[in-house]
Design a protein around this ligand. Structure first.
Ligand code: SAM
Length: 288
């Protein structure tokens, strides 16, 4: 399967004089089964407007166009546009925005292109910008779900549970805003050029309301990022760097008042514990 796909793709790319760019994270899917499975995992149907990031030569775009009402794909590399004109010619529900996704006003794009549709994201992401792209997609606050092919290790981090080595500040960010689920793994042999790492498809359903309530979301994430800033230190020591004005004694008192062990590490706290700690810290800061 991958052999046929690879030969056809190589011939197409050669005809257009295309060269892969490492800095643009260009690893194209050659195993036709994978785009099919990613599009299925996204749940895209005729009620959806799908935002695809980095269509490449359209391997996933075709599968999305077969299911969704409309597919808008953002592509940074202008040398791919004539290739997409050819590969996507059969689909009148496909269009390309020639731009850097990180510089786009995503809510405006969604308003303009997806009126009356439920916007979702489905993409084989350029791995070098996974974190800023996911952050931007979540902060855009206009997508129902995000289905993305990313490095397996990153997907595991996003789904990681408290107390595990993979759990970090971005796991908390992701799990606060979405319900992430690792759908399936993808071998590096499914791409050209072949990446060094194994990949995985992650489907994150964006939450309508967060799973915990906090007095101040920005403050909550200040606490989360401070708690993970010094991974080998205790929570109290980590917090001292960001909330030092309260003093170590007061910080220890606050941690204990939240029902936590004075010597606990930040990586053991779940969303509930972070929420409790954030509200207690904010109240203490306001009093001091
Ligand atoms: N979807 C194709 C596939 O699955 O075969 C290609 C995926 S490839 C991993 C990533 C794609 O994202 C490339 O087409 C690359 O040019 C594009 N890209 C990289 N950085 C981008 C950015 N900042 N904004 C939009 N597209 C970008």
């Amino acid at each position: 399967m991958a052999d046929n796909g690879q030969r056809a793709m190589e011939a197409l790319l050669a005809r257009h004089g295309f060269h892969f760019s490492k800095s643009k994270g260009q690893n194209f899917l050659i195993d036709r089964e994978i785009p099919y499975r990613i599009a299925e995992a996204s749940g895209a149907d005729t009620t959806n407007g799908v935002l695809e990031i980095g269509p490449g030569i359209g391997a996933l775009s075709c599968e999305l166009c077969r299911r969704a009402n409309k597919v808008v794909a953002v592509e940074l590399d202008t040398t791919l546009l004539p290739i997409l004109d050819e590969t996507m010619a059969a689909f009148d529900n496909f269009s390309v925005v020639s731009a850097d996704v990180l510089k786009l006003d995503l809510p405006a794009l969604v308003r303009e292109r997806f009126a009356g549709l439920t916007p979702i994201v489905c993409a084989n992401l350029p791995y070098n910008i996974t974190t800023p792209v996911l952050t931007a997609l979540i902060e855009a606050d206009c997508f129902e779900s995000l289905t993305v092919l990313i490095q397996r290790e990153v997907a595991q981090r996003l789904c990681a549970k408290p107390g595990t080595a993979a759990y970090g500040a971005f796991s908390v960010f992701m799990q606060y805003h979405t319900d992430p689920e690792l759908c399936f793994e993808v071998s590096n042999r499914s791409f050209i050029p072949m990446p060094k790492v194994t990949s995985a498809v992650l489907r994150a359903t964006v939450r309508q309301t967060p799973p915990v309530s906090v007095a101040d979301e920005a403050f909550f994430f200040r606490v989360v990022y401070a708690a993970f800033a010094l991974r080998r230190k205790t929570l109290v020591n980590s917090l001292t760097t960001a909330f030092g004005a309260l003093g170590k004694e007061k910080l220890t008192e606050l941690v204990v008042s939240c029902g936590l062990d004075a010597g606990i590490r930040g990586e053991r706290l779940g969303l509930e514990e972070f929420a409790r700690l954030s509200d207690a810290l904010q109240a203490a800061e306001a009093r001091s």
